[in-house]
Each structure stands twice: as C-alpha cells, then as structure tokens.
Design a protein around this ligand. Structure first.
Ligand code: ADP
Ligand code: MG
Length: 377
C-alpha cells in the first residue's frame, strides 16, 4: 500500500520499505539525564517509510499524515533547525549520517500509525524507520546503538529537541514480549521478559489530552534541581549514591532540591526492583512499584496534575495492578497495567470520573510489547 502510494507520488517504485515502533516507558521517569535506568517497551504501532534514490540532488519527503505534499530541499542547503518542522525529523537523520547518506538525492514517503504527541514517541518511530531504511539502502552496516545515537543527534541538533536516547534505543532494539532495560550511563541493554498477553494482561495508555503551561520551564527547573543536588553533595552523579547515604546527608540540601533528587535516586532503585520482580514473574509486585513511581512523581518531583492523578487512581481503584503518569508531566499520558478483561470497565470508569471532574475526555490506547525496527522489503 505504501509502495503504491510512493509510486503515485514519486513516479517510481521504492527501493526499501522499513518500519519502527513507538514506545511506552514502564518505569524510570526523569532519570535519563541522571545516568539512570529506564525500562521501555516497543508498542505494536509503527511508522513505515518507503525510500528510493533520485538523481536530482534533492531530499524530497512527504507524509500520509501531511496530505502527501512533497517538501524538497537541495542537499547543499541542508541546515539544522530549518525547513518545515515535521520534515526535520527524517532529514535530521540524514544530516546526522552525513556524507554516508547525503551523497545522492533521496525520496522518502512516511506513513505513521503511532499517535502523534500522545507520549508514545512518534518522533523516534519516524527517525528510526528512516535510519533503518537508509542503513539498508546504502549497506552501511551500522549497529543498532550507532543508529540510535544518530537518530538522537538528528533530533537534538537538527530538530532542536533535547531528548535523551531512550526512545530511539527501544524503537530500534526492542524484541517482542520484552521490555528493554537501558542503562543511560553506558547505553548497555538487557531484554527483560514482559510477555503479558498470554497472562491476560495489557498495558492501557490513558492520554489525558491536557497540556498545562508549566511543561517547558518545569522540566528544566527540575533538572536543574538534580544538578544542584549533585553539586551540593560534591558527587559525580546521583547514580553514585544509595538511598540510605542520600537520606543521611539530608541537612546539606534545601527542601526542594532534596525532594527532587530523592525522586531520581529512588526511581533508579525502583527500576532495578521492578526488573527483579519481572524476572521472577511477580506482576503484582511490579504493579505496586509502578504505583510507587507515580506517588514519587506526584509528591517528590511534583510533575503530576489532577488529570494524571485521577487517571492513575481510577485505574487502580477498578483493578489495575499499578498505574502512573508518564513523560514530562503536567498533562500528557498515564499508563496502567490491567487485566485485559477489565479494560472496558476501567476505561468507562475513567471516562466517567473525568466527566464528573469536568476534565477533557481522555483517549485510550492499548499496548503490548512488540518488536523493534525492521526492514520490510
Ligand atoms: P511524540 O514523539 O511523543 O509523538 P513529539 O512532539 O516528540 O511527540 O513528535 C511529534 C512530531 O513528530 C509531530 O509533531 C511531527 O512533527 C513529527 N511526526 C511524527 N510522526 C509523523 C508522521 N507520520 N508524519 C509527519 N510528521 C510526523
Ligand atoms: Mg517525541
């Protein structure tokens, strides 16, 4: 289908079609910039790209989600933070690859099934699909961690978005039925069993559809608090201090700095506890840790909001094993690990609770751990 659309738009067949998924992060929130651990999995929704060389020294991109309008740019004019915003994601990957990819013109058609802006990382899905396709097209033989770094560099510099490397790593390296434990200090990974479907479980994503204004400044300010804690304590990283050591030095920090850094340190510990529970098949214990993460994000890191609290609390009240807000906070989405049979009940209770509180109607997605990027043909 994408190949025939490509032929319609660019007048020839694509040479490569590749896809890459979006993701959800089970636990490990706001610790990717602290050398911490994160535990995302790839969802089944993917972004697919079709790609072929052209002979006119131009990069031409079009997206089914952007009316299939072609944006063309001369290779010699490619510069960070220029061009129509959405085109920066695919072109940023080519820019980050440099002469390896930019030695010929390219035509790229995008079809994204990952909901945009719902906290499911449609941006990384798009970048990683392009990176996978180009790796194959030019036979670059780049490793998955290298492709993740390239995609991240494109988003950081070419798009101008200072994201971490979690989204790209999991979109490229995920395997079906697993979550990916990623150590953001050295980018080492481990596949952790998370085959929830045969157990009758699923992960519900609740998109509150609200975005409170605090979002930009709030993120930077909290990050600065964690950096202040590192400086005040004279350590290299919050990764290097245990919860007990940190608590013993409480008097050296002001209250706000302490609370925010406390979230970071305990969250790193929670990720490792969560992994141990998953390895022993204890999904109930795992769910409880997910809920503890929400409480810490709400009370210590203070990035939740009434909509996220209501979503997580209502899910738990009606049978979820655990629930928490995800992403930057002050809006966006929450996740809940639920029994698949409770899905309709939980969704309808959340809908009713949101209506009673006069909140905007939420959107729901269900997510199962799926495989990472692949070349389709
Ligand atoms: P998220 O990654 O959580 O979905 P972002 O704001 O990081 O949210 O990325 C969303 C942006 O990525 C969109 O606004 C758009 O610019 C770009 N994008 C993602 N998928 C597509 C697509 N299929 N077609 C065009 N642009 C896309
Ligand atoms: Mg994104």
């Amino acid at each position: 289908m994408l190949a025939s659309k490509f032929a319609e738009i660019f007048g020839k067949d694509p040479e490569i079609v590749a896809s890459a998924p979006g993701r959800v992060n089970l636990i490990g929130e706001h610790v990717d910039f602290l050398d911490g651990f994160v535990l995302p999995f790839a969802i089944s929704d993917v972004t697919t790209v079709a790609i072929a060389k052209n002979s006119n020294s131009q990069i031409r991109v079009a997206s089914l989600q952007k009316n299939c309008e072609i944006t063309a740019i001369e290779i010699s004019n490619i510069q960070p933070m220029t061009g129509e915003p959405w085109t920066r994601y695919p072109i940023g990957v080519l820019w980050a690859l440099g002469p390896k990819a930019l030695n010929t013109g390219l035509d790229i058609l995008v079809d994204g099934q990952v909901p945009l802006g719902a906290g499911l990382s449609s941006s990384a899905a798009l970048e990683c699909a392009v990176a996978t396709a180009v790796n194959q097209l030019f036979n670059l033989k780049l490793s998955l961690p290298d492709l993740a770094r390239i995609a991240q560099k494109g988003e950081n510099i070419y798009v101008g978005m200072p994201c971490g490397i979690m989204d790209q790593s999991v979109s490229l390296m995920a395997t079906k039925g697993h979550a990916l434990l990623l150590d953001t200090r050295d980018l080492s990974t481990e596949q952790i069993p998370f085959d929830i479907s045969p157990l009758g479980l699923e992960l519900l994503v609740i998109d509150t559809q609200v975005h409170h204004a605090l979002v930009d400044g709030g993120y930077a300010e909290r990050r600065a608090s964690c950096e202040k804690a590192v400086a005040d304590l004279g350590i290299k990283s919050l990764r290097d201090i245990t919860v007990a050591q940190f608590e013993a030095r409480k008097s050296e920090l002001d209250e706000k700095t302490y609370a925010r850094a406390f979230h970071g340190i305990t969250e790193m510990e929670r990720v490792l506890d969560a992994v141990a529970l998953l390895k022993s098949g204890d999904f109930v214990g795992f769910g409880e840790i997910v809920t503890l993460a929400h409480q810490s994000l709400r009370d210590n890191y203070t990035v939740s909001c009434p909509e996220l609290d209501l979503a997580a609390d209502t899910a738990n009240k009606f049978g979820a094993l655990g629930a928490r807000m995800i992403g930057g906070g002050f809006g966006g989405s929450a996740i809940a690990l639920i029994k698949a049979k409770d899905s309709e009940l939980i969704k309808s209770e959340i809908r009713s609770a949101f209506m009673a509180s006069k909140f905007k109607a939420p959107r729901f997605f269900s997510a199962l751990p799926s495989q990472g990027a692949c070349v389709i043909n």
